[in-house]
Design a protein around this ligand. Structure first.
Ligand SMILES: C[S@@+](CC[C@H](N)C(=O)[O-])C[C@H]1O[C@@H](n2cnc3c(N)ncnc32)[C@H](O)[C@@H]1O
Length: 391
C-alpha cells in the first residue's frame, strides 16, 4: 500500500502549517496535499525523517497514516526547485554559477559544477531530479582523464522508488551502463568505463553522408576503419545504412570499450560477438575487431592497404598519429580520412598546412583538408573537424 505519515490540519490552518513544515524541512518531496474524506481537513505529506516531537506550533495537529498521492505537476524549471532547497541569499549570490547546461545519457544527467558551488551539489542534483521526473541518476563531471579519455563521474543523487537519495548513495544504485537512442539506433555505453559523448551526434551524421559520398565515388561498398572506436557510436549509423559497409576494422586501446562494442555489434550486426574483450582479430570474415594500440595495429602487414575510410577521433594526438595510420589506406582507389583535432584558434592556418603536408595526395576536384571549428574546447582551444579526400 502507498501509505505514509500526513499531518491532518483544519482547512483554515493549512497555510501556516505548510510554512512551518517547509521551514523545518519536514515536507515529503513529490507528494500532494489533499482533502480528508469529510472535507474538514487537509492531509499534508510528511518527510520520512520526522523528529519524535514536532515543532511547538504543529504539535496540536494529529499525525495520521494515510495513502499518499504523487505530485505529477512537476515544474520543469529546475531553478524553481533549487530556490526552495537552499536559502535565498545563497541562491542569489551564486545565480550566475548554477549549471546552465547538462548532458543526458540514457536516464542519467551529467553536469559540471564550478568549484565555488560544490557545497550545494546535493541540492542541485535534487532540484534536477525534481524537474525531470524520468531521470534516475545525476553525475558530477570532473573532466576527461588519461589516455583512454574516460570521464571522472561522481554520483551526486539518485532516484530510487520515488525517493531522492543524495547522501551515502548505495553503490548498487549507481549503475552507469545505459542504452542511448541516437537517430533511431540504440547504443550501449558506460561513460565511467569508456569514452562516450552524445554531443557528437551531428558529427556522426556528417560522417554518414561522407561515407555515402565515398561509396558513390567508388561504385561499391566501402571498407571502414575506426581504430579509436570507443563503444562504436561513429560506426553505428554506417552499419545501419544498407549496402554501405563491406569490411570493418574497429578497435580501441580500452578493453572495456571493446566489451561494450561487442554488445553493440551483437545488436547492430544481429549476430553474436564475444562477451569479453579480446585482441584485434577477424571475428567474422568481414569484421576485424578487438582491443589494441593503434601503434601495434599498423605493424601487422595483413591489416595495411585495405581500408577506404579511416576515422581518427583522438583530437589531442591527431597530428602525431596521422602519419602512422596512412599505411592502412587502400591507395588503389579514392579514400577518405575523417578526423578531429583540438587546436588554438590562432594555430588553425598552420595546422591546415601541416595536415596538407602529411596528406599531399588529395583528389584534385575536392577541397584540400581544412579545419572547421565545431565548438570551443576551452577559452583558447577549439575542437575542429577535417576531411581529407585522397587519391
Ligand atoms: C575521444 S575517444 C573517441 C571514441 C569514439 N570514436 C567515439 O566517438 O565515441 C578516443 C578513443 O581513443 C582510444 N585510444 C587512445 N589511445 C589509443 C591508442 N594509442 N590506440 C587506440 N586507441 C586509443 C581511447 O580509449 C578512446 O576510446
Amino acid at each position: 500500500m502507498n501509505m505514509m505519515q500526513h499531518l491532518q490540519v483544519p482547512n483554515r490552518d493549512v497555510e501556516n502549517a505548510f510554512t512551518s513544515l517547509k521551514k523545518n524541512n519536514l515536507l515529503a518531496e513529490g507528494k500532494l496535499i489533499y482533502p480528508s474524506i469529510d472535507g474538514k481537513f487537509r492531509l499534508i505529506p510528511l518527510s520520512e525523517n520526522l523528529p519524535k516531537n514536532l515543532p511547538k506550533e504543529l504539535s496540536k495537529y494529529e499525525v495520521i497514516y494515510a495513502k499518499y498521492k504523487l505530485d505529477n505537476r512537476i515544474d520543469p524549471n529546475w531553478l524553481t526547485h533549487l530556490s526552495v532547497l537552499i536559502n535565498n541569499d545563497d541562491f542569489e549570490k551564486f545565480l550566475q554559477l548554477w549549471p546552465a547546461s547538462h548532458e543526458f545519457v540514457g536516464d542519467m544527467m551529467i553536469i559540471k559544477l564550478d568549484k565555488k558551488i560544490l557545497q550545494f551539489s546535493s541540492q542541485i542534483a535534487k532540484a534536477k531530479l525534481m524537474a525531470h521526473p524520468n531521470l534516475r541518476l545525476i553525475l558530477s563531471d570532473q573532466g576527461v582523464m588519461g589516455e583512454l579519455r574516460i570521464r571522472e563521474l561522481i554520483p551526486i543523487a539518485v532516484r530510487h522508488k520515488n525517493i531522492i537519495i543524495s547522501e551515502n548513495i548505495p553503490n548498487e544504485l549507481c549503475n552507469t551502463k545505459v542504452t542511448v537512442k541516437e537517430s533511431g539506433l540504440q547504443i550501449i555505453c558506460d561513460p565511467t568505463k569508456a569514452y562516450f559523448s552524445t554531443k557528437l551526434q551531428t558529427e556522426r551524421q556528417e560522417t554518414l553522408s561522407f561515407a555515402k559520398e565515398l561509396r558513390h565515388m567508388l561504385g561499391r561498398k566501402i571498407n571502414l576503419c575506426d581504430p579509436f572506436c570507443g563503444v562504436g557510436p561513429a560506426i553505428s549509423s554506417l552499419l545501419h545504412e544498407p549496402d554501405l559497409v563491406n569490411n570493418l576494422l574497429s578497435s580501441d586501446l580500452n578493453p572495456e570499450a571493446i566489451k561494450l562494442l561487442f554488445e553493440n555489434l551483437t545488436k547492430w550486426d544481429k549476430k553474436p560477438y564475444p562477451s569479453e574483450a579480446s585482441e584485434v582479430e577477424w571475428i567474422y570474415p568481414n569484421r576485424l575487431v578487438g582491443a589494441g594500440d593503434v601503434a601495434e595495429l599498423v605493424t601487422n602487414r595483413e591489416y595495411l592497404g585495405r581500408w577506404d575510410m579511416i576515422l581518427i577521433n583522438l583530437p589531442h594526438r591527431t597530428l602525431e598519429l596521422l602519419p602512422l595510420i596512412i599505411p592502412l589506406l587502400d591507395t588503389s582507389s579514392p579514400s577518405l580520412i575523417r578526423g578531429r583535432i583540438v587546436v588554438e584558434e590562432k594555430d588553425i592556418d598552420i595546422t591546415n598546412k601541416i595536415i596538407q603536408e602529411i596528406l599531399p595526395n588529395c583528389i584534385p576536384d575536392k577541397p584540400k583538408p581544412k579545419l572547421t571549428i565545431k565548438r570551443d574546447y576551452s577559452s583558447k582551444l577549439r575542437l575542429c573537424s577535417f576531411e581529407a579526400w585522397l587519391k
